[in-house]
Each structure stands twice: as structure tokens, then as C-alpha cells.
Design a protein around this ligand. Structure first.
Ligand SMILES: *[C@@H]1O[C@H](CO)[C@@H](O)[C@H](O)[C@H]1NC(C)=O
Ligand SMILES: *[C@@H]1O[C@H](CO)[C@@H](O)[C@H](O)[C@H]1NC(C)=O
Length: 272
């Protein structure tokens, strides 16, 4: 029965492992629900919390932001802010410090506030995001040159362009999509996408739309253009043939009707 021992050991190990896992999950959930104060697994000697408010803030690029770092410590010994953003004014009370951060242009920054109370330092973190959904998405009326339509889509006042995806759709189906991840500018920008579209006759009359989408680590914002129809009023060889056929048919019908009237008129004339 010696072979049973390793088996039961394995089962025991598995049980211990899953137990540890759920304990960690419980701990993580507790740390989250305590509203941003740092978990204190070992430093139980100085029970105080540190909180930063707001914990998350989103602004258009170039704005400034105030963050308030407060604590249950009755008298702060020290408080510092770690951030790559430019600092502005600072206000403070016995148990809080309020910081202004200027001209936020980084798409996402973490700001750490450290507070020291009775020789113990605790930390709280806030995240500042800067973005601006497109002000407008405009698709110009398609221009036909040869057998290609030129589609031009203008996306205005958008930030950060590096997270922008512009998609052209025809009749709901994607015909082209471009991600502008190589673009690293720190200002609002206008973006124009130009695309040459080859068409076949059955593509005509299908609405084309342009979609601009910012995908910001899970947060998706954006908007779409008004639909534009590809008409064959612009001349491609194939559509020209199609158009002239329908005009010829129309002339034919008019001639037949004209001949009938003429016959009737001549008949009436001869009777008179
Ligand atoms: C910062 O937060 C503390 C605690 O919530 C509050 O008493 C204080 O007035 C706040 N300061 C500012 C400038 O908002
Ligand atoms: C972006 O487009 C808008 C509207 O067409 C215009 O007013 C603005 O000056 C443009 N901005 C830049 C940076 O080109």
C-alpha cells in the first residue's frame, strides 16, 4: 500500500494550495473595500489609514487637478507626493494635505502620497487619466478617380491619438481600420484618414461610415460620421456604361410614346 502515500500527499498539497489561494483572495478583497488605505499586514503597532481623494480622475489634456491626501493620524509628521506631473499649489491641515497638479498631459499617471505618523509611513495611490473623445468625425463626400473612390475622414480635437483607431465601414462591414499607436503627441490633435477604395457595381448605394474610437485600457469612447453613399454619378468605366444604358432605354420609350401620339394626331387631321 506504499503507493497510496504519495497520492494522499498530493491531495493534501492541493488542499493547502487552494486554501492559501482563497485566503489571498479574501485579503485582496478586504484591502480593496477599505477605500484606498494601505493594507497593514505587519505594522499593527500604528493603526492609521491614509486615503487619497479622488482615487481616480479623468480630465481633458492640459487641465489641472487637486488631490487631497488625508489620514486618521491626528498630527502628520511628514507627507510627500511622488508624481511625474508638474506641481502647483499646496494646502494642508493637521491631518491632510491637498496638492494641485498642473497641465496634465500624460494619458495615465499614478500619483503616490506618503504620510508618516509616529515614525510609520503609509501610502495611498490615485490615478489621473487625460483624454478627450473626438469633437467631430466627418466623412467627406467620396470622390471617384479612375475606378477608385477616395474616402477622406476627419477626426477633430481628440486625445491621446496613440490610442485612436479609425475604421471605415461599408454597409456595416469593415473595409479598413487603422490604429495610430505610433503617434505620441501630447496635445489635442486633428487626424485625417485618406483611403482609396476600389468598387464593384454591387457596392454602389451602400452607405459608408467612418468610426473613431479611443480604446483606453478597457474604457472605450468614440463617435461615428454621418453615412455617405457611393453613387455612380461619379464616372467609372463600368458605371458609365450602366448609366448610358439606362438613358438609352428612356429615350427609346419616349420615341415609342411620341410615335403613338403622332399617329393619333395625323389620324385626327385626316378626319377633319
Ligand atoms: C481634505 O480632506 C480632509 C478630510 O476629508 C478635509 O477635512 C479637508 O477639508 C480637505 N481639504 C481640501 C482642501 O479639500
Ligand atoms: C482642428 O480642426 C478644427 C475644426 O476644423 C480647427 O478649428 C482647429 O484649428 C484644428 N486644429 C489643429 C491643431 O489643426
Amino acid at each position: 500500500m506504499g503507493f497510496l502515500f504519495p497520492l494522499s500527499l498530493l491531495v493534501l498539497l492541493a488542499a493547502a494550495y487552494s486554501g492559501g489561494g482563497s485566503a489571498r483572495r479574501r485579503w485582496a478583497a478586504r484591502a480593496q473595500s477599505s477605500g484606498g488605505s494601505s493594507p497593514a499586514p505587519s505594522e499593527t503597532s500604528a493603526p492609521f489609514w491614509v486615503r487619497i481623494s479622488p482615487k481616480f480622475v479623468a480630465v481633458p489634456p492640459g487641465r489641472s487637478v487637486w488631490l487631497n491626501c488625508s489620514s486618521s493620524c491626528p498630527l502628520l509628521e511628514d507627507s510627500t507626493l511622488h508624481t511625474g506631473l508638474r506641481r502647483g499649489q499646496m494646502l494642508s491641515g493637521p491631518s491632510w494635505v491637498s496638492f494641485q497638479l498642473l497641465d496634465v498631459r500624460a494619458w495615465s499617471s499614478d500619483v503616490h502620497c506618503f504620510i508618516t505618523c509616529a515614525g510609520v509611513t503609509r501610502e495611498a495611490t490615485a490615478r489621473i487619466n487625460a483624454y478627450k473623445p473626438p469633437h467631430s468625425v466627418i466623412l467627406e463626400p467620396p470622390v471617384l478617380e479612375g475606378c477608385e473612390y477616395t474616402l477622406r475622414c476627419h477626426v477633430t480635437h481628440v486625445f491621446p491619438v496613440g490610442f485612436l483607431v479609425i475604421t471605415l465601414r461599408r454597409g456595416g462591414r469593415v473595409i479598413y481600420s487603422e490604429s495610430l499607436e505610433y503617434f505620441t503627441g501630447l496635445d489635442l490633435a486633428n487626424v485625417t484618414l485618406t483611403y482609396a477604395l476600389r468598387t464593384r457595381p454591387h457596392d454602389l448605394w451602400q452607405p459608408v461610415t467612418c468610426h473613431a474610437r479611443l480604446n483606453l485600457d478597457g474604457l472605450v469612447v468614440g463617435s461615428s460620421s454621418a453615412p455617405m453613399t457611393l453613387t455612380f454619378l461619379a464616372w467609372s468605366p463600368m458605371s458609365k456604361a450602366l448609366a448610358s444604358t439606362s438613358i438609352a432605354a428612356l429615350v427609346g420609350i419616349l420615341l415609342v410614346v411620341g410615335a403613338a401620339y403622332l399617329r393619333k394626331y395625323l389620324l385626327m387631321q385626316s378626319r377633319a
